[in-house]
Write a protein that binds this ligand. Structure first.
Ligand SMILES: Nc1nc2c(c(=O)[nH]1)N[C@H]1C(S)=C(S)[C@@H](COP(=O)(O)O)O[C@H]1N2
Ligand SMILES: [Mo]
Length: 214
């Protein structure tokens, strides 16, 4: 096992040990901006599987397929030609840090839906990334005002370590639901679990419900 596999194994065991174990505190979303069990950080930690793919913009493609009327493969130029969408949101990682007020720029998920036109059978979305990471969400969770394909963070191009050229941002879920280096988005009639979802992490991943382990 290399260091990375050990890290994945450790995280997996951690999820197994804590699943159903401790009393879950559930807080209502209110004046407090920090979900239960989270602490605030000023820096922005990097979390991934350790392999950070290099994707030249000339080779970058975003494929959107599955149960949609209009499947697409966007080049970088085509992606940039879409209207720029800006959204400020908080970022909650399941390992317990949160980072407030991140300004994201990119293409809104609502715009993507408008372009590809999901069929009524499409209830779920699977995201695949250039590092072979995957994560899944209900379409309802993606079809939200604060969800986007981000290529800028706080006015700067998104760095490679944080998922550049383009990553998903889904603020109402723990951050593992947002694929860095997103490559393919597949709409489906069934819920296919992603990398962490099959390794003991929650399928729903709702920070305000302290919903960490599945
Ligand atoms: N492609 C890819 N996306 C990923 C991951 C990954 O390993 N690969 N890790 C997830 C996890 S567990 C977290 S907490 C966030 C971390 O994002 P950051 O490194 O920008 O803080 O990315 C998520 N998206
Ligand atoms: Mo994470």
């Amino acid at each position: 096992m290399d260091a990375n596999e050990r890290l994945i194994k450790a995280k997996e065991n951690w999820a197994r040990a804590r699943r159903g174990g401790e009393e879950r505190e559930v807080f209502e979303e209110g004046n407090d901006r920090l979900p239960p069990g989270q602490h605030l950080v000023e820096t922005w930690p990097v979390l991934d599987l350790g392999y950070r793919p290099d994707i030249p913009l000339s080779e970058w493609r975003l494929t959107v397929n599955g149960f949609v009327a209009n499947p697409i493969v966007w080049t970088w130029e085509e992606f940039l030609a879409e209207a720029t969408f800006t959204s400020v949101s908080d970022f909650h990682c399941v390992t317990s840090w949160s980072r407030f007020d991140n300004e994201w720029q990119g293409v809104s998920f609502k715009r993507l839906i408008e372009v590809v036109k999901p069929l009524s059978l499409a209830q779920f979305v699977l995201f695949s990334a250039y590092d072979d990471y995957t994560t899944n969400l209900p379409l309802d969770a993606c079809d939200d005002d604060d969800v986007l394909l981000a290529y800028q963070w706080n006015g700067q191009p998104l760095s490679k370590e944080h998922g550049g050229p383009v990553r998903m941002i889904v603020p109402k879920r723990y951050a593992w639901k947002g694929a860095k280096w997103v490559k393919e988005i597949t709409f489906s009639d069934r819920d296919q679990k992603g990398f962490w979802e099959v390794r003991g992490y929650s399928n729903s991943a709702l920070p305000w419900r302290n919903d960490r382990y599945g």
